[in-house]
Design a binder for this molecule. Structure first.
Ligand SMILES: [Fe+2]
Ligand SMILES: [Fe+2]
Length: 345
């Protein structure tokens, strides 16, 4: 496999060659130089995305490289806005250091082989959805309003992918290639859509739940990044700030023309529990609409099967057991209906 390495520091090239060769053929280029890459293989970008000039140089360098499907960005540290920047530039996956990048390349190689062998995969569509999430979050984080058309596009992409490839393929690909808030949103939307399809929702209801899931954590775009990206458990003060995200999301969306009331409900109330122990409004059972109950189950399940910096991902079986143990908080008939989605789909 050919790896096209693009960096802003020429001094990094010998180390990357030592790590990758002879397993991969490496072409290295320093940002700002005019030499052209072969438009194939995997592109690996290792540059300081905090600098606007670097970002412009990367954009320039990427022109004409549309035929390279795999674009791996090395983003040093778990910095949410830099990850967003990487996806906005066209990243299909992100690594946090050179060592992790090498192991991601091995996964990419396996995927390329699988594709060449004729195994269908939804990675292209997933990369589009991920990029859409990234740009939506960075726009909202930067003070812009939520673009409902973007949310609808990403929701439709995810529904199409689940219908075509099933939920398991989606979960595996998302967990392999994406991380942090985007991974969570991609997972929750995929799971919620898979759930709705499994219990035979009409198409328009699948879309309504999908939209609610796509936007459910949009309030996190306004949570300070040191809290959102903290590589560890939040302390009580940070937790209190994080718990503001449903109300922030609601405020961001409530005046947008065309927003559905069920989406607003889901965004504000996806952390409410039937027994009144949730937040932000401590609603109880009769006040929590069905669509929110479905979303809450999908949200908790997604959070459990995600890798967090302070714990490995939980198996789908164990995550489902935890849902079953939340009797009183989640609607158990719905949890029962979720079993096939959690374990089999
Ligand atoms: Fe949330
Ligand atoms: Fe969530």
């Amino acid at each position: 496999m050919l790896v096209c390495y693009l960096t802003d520091e020429p001094g990094k090239i010998p180390a990357i060659r030592a790590a990758l060769e002879p397993r991969y053929q490496v072409i290295a280029r320093v940002l700002g130089q005019e030499s052209v890459f072969a438009p194939s293989g995997v592109l690996m970008v290792d540059a300081d995305l905090r600098q606007a000039a670097r970002v412009e140089e990367i954009k320039h360098a990427l022109q004409g490289l549309d035929t390279i499907n795999e674009k791996l960005f090395v983003v040093h540290g778990h910095l949410h806005h830099l990850i967003a920047q990487a996806y906005a530039l066209g990243a299909t996956s992100v690594a946090y250091n050179a060592k992790e990048a090498v192991s991601r390349l091995a996964r990419v190689e396996a995927t390329v082989r699988a594709s060449q062998a004729g195994v269908e995969c939804a990675i292209g569509r997933m990369a589009d959805s991920s990029a859409a999430f990234a740009s939506m979050f960075s726009a909202v984080g930067g003070g812009q309003t939520v673009n409902l058309a973007d949310a609808e596009t990403v929701t439709s992409q995810i529904i199409a992918s689940i219908n075509q490839h099933g939920l398991s393929g989606w979960l595996d690909n998302v967990r392999k290639y994406h991380e942090g808030t985007f991974q969570h949103c991609l997972l929750v939307t995929g799971i919620a859509v898979g759930f709705a399809v499994d219990i035979r929702f009409a198409d328009q209801d699948v879309k309504r739940l999908g939209m609610a899931a796509t936007l459910h954590d949009i309030g996190k775009a306004r949570i300070p990044l040191p809290i959102l990206d903290k590589p560890g458990r939040l302390d009580p003060k940070e937790e209190e700030i994080m718990r503001q995200h449903p109300a922030i999301g609601y405020d961001l969306l409530k005046d947008i023309p065309g927003i559905g009331s069920e989406t607003l409900d889901a965004v504000r109330h996806h952390h409410e529990y039937l027994d009144g122990s949730g937040y932000p409004d401590a609603l109880t059972a009769s006040q929590i609409p069905d669509i929110v109950r479905l979303l809450t189950i999908s949200d908790i399940f997604a959070a459990l099967i995600e890798a967090r910096s302070y714990r490995p991902p939980m198996s789908r079986e164990n995550a489902y057991k935890i849902l079953c143990d939340m009797d009183g908080k989640l609607e158990q008939p719905l949890v029962k209906a979720f079993r096939d989605v959690a374990m089999v789909a």
